[in-house]
Design a protein around this ligand. Structure first.
Ligand SMILES: Cc1cc2nc3c(=O)[nH]c(=O)nc-3n(C[C@H](O)[C@H](O)[C@H](O)COP(=O)(O)OP(=O)(O)OC[C@H]3O[C@@H](n4cnc5c(N)ncnc54)[C@H](O)[C@@H]3O)c2cc1C
Length: 338
């Protein structure tokens, strides 16, 4: 029986374990379960290599409340900072162990079922973020284009190609910046005409790229279909071709265009079924969160991007949520320190 099982070893999960250690819960009573082969798997997968990780991301002021806090730093420095936290607080993480279900054990706690084992815990913290299931467009993507359509930047080596980025948030802007640096010819398709969701750095960077002619922005453009480019003499078996992508737009102002790669930056989704299977109540499409990030199920907490709402989260916000969740747990029981 663990005191605390934390699901997800991203910024929220690791800081939750660090907070628990800092109030005196012994290392062997805390277990972090991570689906990926390393901590912060979503950051490794979705952040461009040379990205500057902003402490005030999305305008969320970086006033740190807990034991972890980042200032502006590189992607590598951020990962090293989390490596050190794992070492310093002696956090026990099981990698490559995805949690499939959490079942309440009335009067005792929870059973956590993974791909490999079954654990019991008094309290459970879900910190799995929203990037595990990136949003996908609502039109069909032909199977023959699978190698040319991406939902992150690290699943393919993109250099000196014609790339279309789809989206209008910070991620889309950062993807454009990264792709331009790698010598790609970049077009951005955004369904709106203003970029009101961007932070000022990403807004200015994107506008500068447009002014320099390094990114072509198709404002107010909506993609209706992707097709495989037909080259003369192409084999009939579409599954085996590696043709470019033809993008068709709803608006007549945007004629069809051909690209080597399409990169969607449309954000992530709440893993609703996973949360509902743990009996967590929902208010519309968002989980009900009470004081200290406790869900409608006593002893079951939800922190990080999952609790950040529609505006989205940040690393320091995830750290602060962990501190508040730990304080809530301490208020309900006796913590050794603090
Ligand atoms: C491109 C991009 C740029 C960003 N830039 C910044 C920035 O500059 N500054 C900033 O503060 N924030 C930035 N953010 C936001 C920031 O990355 C998130 O707010 C933060 O990572 C949220 O942390 P989290 O722990 O809640 O979730 P995540 O970082 O998504 O971590 C969740 C972890 O849970 C694991 N997991 C998922 N499902 C399971 C399962 N079933 N079982 C076990 N483990 C599971 C995942 O593998 C992952 O390791 C950016 C986001 C993106 C996409």
């Amino acid at each position: 029986m663990y005191e605390l099982i934390i699901i997800g070893a991203g910024p929220a999960g690791i800081s939750m374990a660090a907070e628990a250690r800092s109030v005196g819960i012994p290392s062997e009573q805390i277990l972090v379960l991570e689906k990926g082969p390393m901590h912060s798997w979503a950051i490794r997968k979705f952040y461009p290599a040379k990205k500057v990780v902003l402490a005030n991301y999305k305008g969320i002021e970086a006033v740190c409340k807990g034991v972890l806090c980042i200032s502006d730093m590189s992607k590598d420095e951020t990962l090293t900072y989390i490596d050190r936290a794992i070492e310093q607080y002696q956090i026990n993480v099981h990698y490559d162990e995805a949690v499939n279900a959490i079942r309440p054990l009335p009067g005792v706690g929870f059973v956590v079922e993974t791909s490999q084992a079954r654990y019991e815990t008094r309290r459970c913290v879900i910190a799995i973020g929203i990037l595990d299931k990136p949003n996908k467009p609502n039109y069909r993507i032909p199977a023959a284009l699978n190698k040319r359509v991406h939902y992150d930047l690290n699943s393919a080596e993109l250099q000196n190609r014609d790339c279309l980025v789809v989206g209008g948030g910070d991620t889309a802007s950062e993807y454009c910046q990264y792709l331009v640096e790698r010598g790609n010819r970049v077009t951005l398709s955004y369904r709106r005409t203003d970029f009101s969701r961007l932070n000022s750095i990403n807004y200015q960077s994107l506008m500068a790229l447009e002014q320099r002619g390094q990114v072509a922005i198709l404002r107010g453009s909506n993609i209706k279909e992707l097709q495989e480019e037909q080259t003369s003499g192409a084999p009939a078996d579409a599954q085996n071709t590696n043709n470019r992508v033809v993008v068709l737009f709803e608006e007549a102002a945007f004629p069809p265009r051909n690209f080597d790669h399409i990169i969607y930056a449309l954000g992530g989704t709440t893993p609703t079924n996973f949360l509902k299977s743990a009996d967590i109540s929902f208010d519309g499409d968002l989980p009900v969160i009470k004081e200290g990030y406790e869900t409608s199920v006593p002893g079951l907490y939800l922190i990080g991007d999952l609790s950040a709402g529609r505006k989205g989260g940040s690393i320091n916000l995830a750290f602060n949520m962990a501190q508040e969740a730990m304080r809530n747990i301490c208020n309900q029981c006796e913590c050794a320190s603090r």
